[in-house]
Design a binder for this molecule. Structure first.
Ligand SMILES: *[C@@H]1O[C@H](CO)[C@@H](O)[C@H](O)[C@H]1NC(C)=O
Ligand SMILES: *[C@@H]1O[C@H](CO)[C@@H](O)[C@H](O)[C@H]1NC(C)=O
Ligand SMILES: *[C@@H]1O[C@H](CO)[C@@H](O)[C@H](O)[C@H]1NC(C)=O
Ligand SMILES: *[C@@H]1O[C@H](CO)[C@@H](O)[C@H](O)[C@H]1NC(C)=O
Ligand SMILES: *[C@@H]1O[C@H](CO)[C@@H](O)[C@H](O)[C@H]1NC(C)=O
Length: 602
């Protein structure tokens, strides 16, 4: 509909209209061309890291250009301040609690590739629905939503099982352990030592089992013994093998590099994305480019190192920006810009606790917003949100209404001509009316902010007011208490021992106090009690409406299960291999990259 309207407006004669019609990609049932989608998600990127969101010391010209020629959302919210749940929500358009992708314990994400949790088959991703609509679909980069259920090749949670025809990337997250010399995520999760010990016991058994020393039927009995006798030695072994067991690169169903080499990895992913665009230019496509950066362990290709003023972190941001530039250049070359919606976001705010083993700051910047990743203060959930689609989405528009990463689900479905599933609650809202200025107000009168499975805060943008109320039922305890980060645990936890409850809730008006500096009181806000009353009641009704599902982040779904472990060589070779044949074929010309060097100079 939209497409044909704009074409008719711009066409000078019926003859051109006719000839263009013949060139347009596969029309849908109504004779309207299906648009393409390039959705880009940067890991842990802070809203304050980008030039277009006010950073003056880190240059991101290609991302800024997207914002300049498109819409910039300034109140775009991740559905969760942690990777796994935020990504589950993005792909399904639903609060992660609805899909079981929100944990009840301290750990809210997968850190072990051979765990059995993941996004269930019952969940519908936009990729799966678009595939049914004839789209060519690809995920390049990070998944972090599980891999196997019962054995090491069932791939029940693999991107392919969720509608991505093509996958090149990692099923886990990029961990510190994935790069030599960057420390270990295991040192940072001492609080999870019980899991570590259990993992260690299982590691021992895995080795014994693989070496033929024990048979499967003994597994459980021996587990107990091992748990008592060798946990410490085994824990050492576990830490030692952790990188190869968890840092592997897959192409489709096959492990092609284990552990992966980080150097040049952003370039390899970019290359892969460009090739996918070239291959798919004649049919509607969906590319989800999910950058491994700027999550630790940080990396940047030699050409980008020491280019920024902000150490390796800044270099990694610059390389991501360069990559975005390559994607846009490819769309231009293939003449696809006018029929492709491009989106760029981050899965949550910057990880403030990230200081490298050498003491270098490896975290992003969240501008004026408080705290970061793993909290529901604005710094944890307010992320960049840029949408670009010349002719359909106005250029240079800034929208301050509350929007969510879950909104992409219904927006993409609608544009692709698919029906929104009616057998389940979808929490996202179609963004197009807001982006195109057909409405002024976001449909999100209320948004619910979860810390894992715990309802942490409610946001209310009343229909008749400019206020954006935010009520916290609890807030994380910061250590040291003078800071806004949970340094002692590496991430803030949501469980009782780590939070302070608030009754009445802690109330802010983000329209007047976006940095969440001064909670309101009945003395400073005459309507305090009536506002809080509305929000508490809405939270109660919302909570009541949540259907119980299997918790995919329960301890049993988080621990290492040796029989689920992908291993691309024999165990004696420590599961190591290097067979990514595409690796050598980086197409980017050195000259071109050097001449672009000035783009990033301050
Ligand atoms: C990364 O790319 C550079 C050229 O840009 C090359 O010299 C270097 O060997 C590559 N590194 C790896 C590990 O492939
Ligand atoms: C720009 O981003 C860098 C990296 O996160 C940060 O250290 C710096 O403070 C930011 N600068 C401004 C002016 O926002
Ligand atoms: C706005 O609407 C709410 C009910 O949704 C009502 O309680 C409140 O009084 C209204 N405020 C104004 C300023 O009209
Ligand atoms: C917090 O207080 C400690 C001393 O108690 C001090 O060393 C540290 O620098 C302070 N941190 C901040 C962010 O102010
Ligand atoms: C707040 O108070 C004003 C009067 O002071 C009233 O008109 C308005 O309806 C109240 N708003 C809410 C949200 O209760």
């Amino acid at each position: 509909m939209i497409r044909s309207r704009s074409l008719t407006c711009r066409m000078k004669s019926p003859w051109i209209l006719l000839s263009l019609g013949l060139l347009l990609p596969t029309p849908s049932a109504e004779g309207v061309a299906k648009p393409n989608f390039v959705l880009m998600m940067v890991d842990d990127l802070g809203i304050g890291d980008l030039g277009c969101y006010g950073n003056t010391t880190l240059k991101t010209p290609h991302i800024d250009k997207l914002a300049q020629d498109g819409v910039k959302l300034t109140q775009h919210l991740a559905a969760s301040p942690l990777c796994t749940p935020s990504r589950a929500a993005f792909l399904t358009g639903r609060y992660p609690i609805r899909s079981g992708m929100a944990g009840h314990g301290r750990l809210g994400v997968y850190i072990i590739s051979a765990a059995s949790g993941g996004l269930r088959q019952q969940e519908l991703t936009f990729a799966r629905i678009l595939k049914e609509q004839g789209y060519s679909t690809a995920l390049i980069g990070k998944w972090h939503l599980g891999l196997n259920c019962e054995h090491s090749t069932d791939h029940c949670h693999h991107p392919k099982a969720h509608g991505f025809d093509h996958f090149y990337g990692i099923t886990m997250t990029n961990l510190r352990d994935c790069q030599p010399g960057h420390g270990s995520v295991l040192y940072n999760i001492r609080a999870h030592l019980p899991y570590g010990t259990l993992g260690a016991a299982l590691a021992t058994l895995f080795v014994l089992h693989a070496a033929g020393t024990i048979s499967i039927s003994w597994r459980r009995a021996l587990g107990l013994v091992a748990l008592l006798i060798v946990p410490l030695a085994a824990f050492g072994l576990f830490v030692l093998t952790f990188p190869s067991l968890n840092c592997f690169l897959m192409r489709g169903d096959e492990v092609v590099e284990q552990p992966y080499v980080s150097e040049n990895l952003t370039q390899r992913m970019t290359n892969e994305a460009v090739e996918f665009l070239e291959r798919s230019s004649d049919r509607p496509f969906l590319l989800f480019f999910s950058f491994l950066q700027v999550h630790t362990a940080l990396f940047a290709s030699p050409r980008f190192r020491s280019r920024s003023r902000h150490g390796l972190y800044g270099d990694a941001v610059i390389e991501v920006d360069w990559s975005v530039g390559q994607i846009m250049k490819t769309l231009e070359r293939l003449k696809l810009v006018e029929n492709t919606m491009v989106y760029l976001t981050s899965d949550q705010g910057p990880h403030l606790e990230e200081i490298s083993v050498h003491g270098e700051v490896h975290r992003g910047h969240n501008g004026i917003y408080k705290a970061g990743k793993s909290t529901n203060w604005e710094g944890g959930i307010r992320v960049p949100g840029i949408l670009h689609w010349p002719g359909q989405i106005p250029a240079g528009k800034v929208i301050d209404e509350p929007t969510s990463n879950m909104d992409l689900f219904p927006s993409v479905l609608k544009l692709a001509g698919a029906n929104i599933p009616s057998d389940r609650q979808i929490d996202g809202r179609d963004l197009m009316p807001l982006l195109q200025g057909r409405v002024e107000r976001s449909e999100h009168e209320f948004l619910f902010h979860y810390c894992n499975a715990h309802l942490n805060a409610v946001r209310w943008h009343p229909k008749n007011s400019t206020s954006v109320w935010k009520a916290f039922f609890f807030t994380p305890n910061f250590y040291p208490k003078n800071g806004t980060a949970c340094f002692h645990t590496h991430a803030c936890f949501c469980t009782e021992a780590y939070v302070t409850r608030h009754d009445p809730p802690l109330l802010y008006d983000l329209s007047r106090d976006p940095s969440e500096n001064s909670p309101l009181t009945p003395a400073t806000e005459p309507n305090f009690s009536s506002i809080v009353e509305v929000m508490v009641e809405v939270a109660r009704v919302h909570t009541q409406g949540i259907q119980p599902v299997v918790d995919q982040l329960s301890p049993g779904h988080l621990v290492w299960k040796p029989w689920l472990q992908p291993c691309c060589s024999s165990l004696s070779q420590l599961c190591q291999c290097e067979r990514d044949h595409q690796k050598g074929s980086l197409d980017f010309e050195v000259d071109e990259m050097d001449t672009r060097r000035k783009d990033y100079e301050i």
